[in-house]
Design a protein around this ligand. Structure first.
Ligand code: NAP
Length: 683
């Protein structure tokens, strides 16, 4: 099978001799790949001129809906992917991380896109900044889609997840992508990609695929393109220093190799649940995907007085691992992805062994189930012990990208932190401790050198997602050696494909740019109360101004009786007088919010279905008995829930007193029906 690339809307084969791709267990050639002769400049142009406009025409919510439909589509067809995944050396459990993990990432981005983004094209970043006393000149940061292409270069270890975790945020951002999987396992990426294209769900030009090398693609990059790279530090260095990348300041983010550590805290001695959890996690990280995970634990750091017990426990647990052809259900660890990878790992292992002793994992004892140990890329899980980690170098510098880990003893917490930092920037570290103070100390010491820190103890172990699992909700990446990049992290991941721009202007200009009413912008005086308007008829800026209401001592006392809130500042004049902020009795803030609702709510049946919350509530000034309050309510932002028959409407709400001073401000959040016929029957 000669893999095809998908370029400029068509499947195409490269010319020349294809690279042979082999089954990791049997060594059989299962596919060939070549991209020679493909038009890479044309691919970038097509992405920018066809895919970009098609995606940018859609709102965030429409793009999120595509992600959700894609996730469903792949989910229904995942069996074919699971079958093919065995060829990469993945067990069923490994494939679950890759395939279901990838589909799950699409689902999370779809859901976040719907819930956390507006149904528009502009993402508003942070509050409006006041730049002049008059209020007539403001600043607002916005994000808009870049007009280029996302070039996604992936590693061989997660052919499906690697593609989808990058595609989800890029597509949500409205940026078309060109996917370049690692050649060794490109046949699985190609199969999943074909399913995506065949679904017809993705707009024309939004996705392209290169099976093989990228030819002269880098020569055609511009400042609107983004490269997201996952792979080795060496390749990252080469690509980020490509003259065109430097010259055009092409955005480049890298996830590279990493010497991740996990730390057994002093309280977690043998016999504690945390000790058991630590041992289980190290074994899992060594054997899942045969240790071919950028996040895998390479340094298992333990108090020196626990190192014997840890080594014994790990040795016993690793003896249970069944190595072999992952198609056999008894197998718990498959081969590496290729013989080349095995050669690489054995070479790195030899370097590590110069400074560390072997605890377990003799390669001459390899006897894989249902496979030939020579033709398949098998390797025995190997545990080392580095007795003098302070003087050693290899354990802090060499990544053996396979089932290899080293037990590293430490004496003090400071030394543990110091040894973890010697990875010079890692993706993740984990701490096993039931002592929160120790955990906090370690986390704060590790954080500057890590993109993620996981703390495990007996209370969260059953729910913990594990050391090695990057999650779509959380950032994945790390400083220094880990590449200095960042991916995912929910909506943060989408922003890597967008440009942040500071816009300055009047409130009306900012409202027009963002589609979100800004205080000080024009108020549209509707002929009818805005609560009488169905979702579609509401305009940003539609305003209701209430009559005023006198606040009395009786109001305060009745509210106290009803709510049970008898705080002295509301109830005891003498005590309240000594309060430096109030100097006398004041109304409850929550009374003001309730009274404001009484002033702006339009009671009869109408399109407003529910008030589902309040955002950014601030009490600015106290309200005293005798003050008169009134409310302004302005339609600030609308977001249609596609297919639900209603949308969310955010109302900028301001309560003022008789001197026109703001006493409270907040956003009221409502759900408003699209139906125009929701009206009380005429009397
Ligand atoms: P690699 O050799 O650096 O390859 C990574 C990707 O870069 C592959 O798609 C490769 O394509 C491509 N590539 C290589 N040279 C290129 C060039 N000159 N121009 C454009 N693309 C080029 O890394 P690997 O050996 O596949 O992956 C293993 C490494 O990746 C490990 O060190 C691991 O730690 C790291 N990794 C990191 C993460 C993370 O999220 N941080 C995740 C997984 C793996 P070809 O396959 O066609 O050469």
């Amino acid at each position: 099978m000669l893999l095809q690339s998908f370029i400029q809307g068509r499947w195409a084969s490269g010319s020349g001799t294809p690279t042979a791709l082999r089954d990791a267990s049997t060594g059989e050639v299962i596919a060939g790949a070549s991209s020679r002769g493909l038009d890479f400049g044309g691919a970038l142009h097509y992405a920018r001129s066809v895919g970009g406009p098609n995606l940018r025409r859609l709102t965030f919510h429409e793009r999120a809906a595509i992600l959700k439909a894609l996730a469903r589509h792949l989910s229904e067809r995942k069996d074919a992917l699971y079958q093919l995944s065995y060829a990469t050396g993945a067990t069923r459990a490994d494939a679950w991380i890759d395939i279901d993990g990838g589909i799950g990432t699409l689902f999370v981005y779809a859901s976040k896109g719907m819930k956390e983004l507006p149904d528009s094209h502009v993402y508003v970043d942070g509050p409006v900044e006041s730049l002049a006393r008059s209020g007539a000149f403001l600043g607002q940061h916005i994000y808009v889609s870049l007009h280029g292409a996302a070039v996604h270069i992936n590693a061989f270890n997660f052919p499906v997840w690697g593609m989808l975790e990058k595609l989800a945020p890029a597509l949500l951002a409205g940026v078309p992508a060109i996917v370049k999987p690692a050649t060794a396992t490109a046949y699985l990426t190609e199969r999943a990609f074909r399913q995506i294209i065949d679904s017809g769900l993705v707009p024309e030009g939004a996705l392209q695929l290169i099976c093989g090398d990228v030819g002269d693609l880098f020569e055609h990059l511009t400042c609107q393109d983004v490269i997201a790279f996952t792979g080795s530090a060496g390749t990252a260095r080469k690509l980020r220093t490509h003259p065109r990348v430097l010259e055009r300041s092409v955005r480049f983010t890298a996830e590279t190799d990493s010497l991740n550590s996990c730390i057994l805290a002093p309280d977690a001695s043998a016999g504690t649940p945390e000790f058991e959890l630590f041992v289980r996690e190290v074994v899992r990280e060594m054997t899942v995907k045969a240790g071919q995970k950028c996040t895998a634990i390479r340094k298992a750091m333990v108090p020196a007085n626990q190192s014997g017990a840890v080594r014994e426990a790990l040795r016993a647990a690793l003896a249970e691992v069944v190595i072999g052809n992952p198609r056999d259900a008894s197998v718990s660890m498959g081969p590496l992805a290729s013989l080349a990878q095995r050669g690489e790992v054995l070479g790195q292992l030899a370097k590590l062994q110069r400074e560390s002793e072997l605890v377990c994992g003799r390669q001459d004892e390899l006897a894989p189930v249902d496979a030939d140990g020579e033709r398949g890329a098998f390797i025995v899980p190997t545990l080392l012990y580095c007795a003098d980690p302070a003087s050693a170098r290899a354990v802090h510098e060499i990544e053996a990208f396979g089932p290899v880990s080293t037990v590293v003893p430490y004496d003090t917490l400071e030394q543990a932190i110091e040894l973890a930092r010697r990875g010079e920037g890692s993706l993740v570290s984990s701490v096993f401790s039931a002592d929160e103070a120790v955990a906090a100390h370690l986390v704060l010491g590790l954080a500057p050198w890590h993109g993620r820190v996981l703390v495990v103890n007996r209370h969260c172990a059953a729910d913990s997602t594990g050391h090695g699992s990057p999650l779509p909700h959380l950032v994945h990446g790390g400083p220094g050696r880990a590449g200095g990049g960042e991916e995912m992290g929910g909506i943060r991941g989408m922003l890597h494909y967008m440009q942040r721009t500071a816009v300055q202007g009047t409130p009306d200009v900012l409202s027009a740019v963002t589609g979100c009413w800004v205080r000080g912008a024009r108020e549209l005086d509707p002929l009818e109360h805005p609560f009488r308007k169905p979702f579609g008829a509401l305009r940003i800026g539609d305003t209701f101004r209430s009559a005023d209401r006198l606040v009395t001592v009786e109001d305060i006392e009745r509210f106290a009786a009803l709510s049970g809130d008898h705080f002295y500042a509301h109830m005891d004049e003498a005590a309240a007088r000594s309060n430096p902020l109030f100097g006398g009795r004041v109304a409850h803030g929550y009374f003001l919010v309730a009274a404001a609702a009484g002033l702006f709510v339009d009671p009869p049946l109408g399109p407003v279905l529910a008030n589902y919350g309040i955002d950014a509530l601030r009490f600015i000034q106290p309200v005293r008995p005798g003050d008169r309050i009134r409310v302004r309510l302005t339609c600030k932002q609308k977001s249609l829930r596609i297919g639900q028959g209603y949308g969310e409407v955010r109302w900028d709400t301001q309560i003022t007193n008789q001197n026109d001073e703001t006493v409270a401000q907040y956003d009221v959040l409502t759900m408003v029906s699209e139906r125009a016929d929701l009206r009380a029957p005429e009397a």
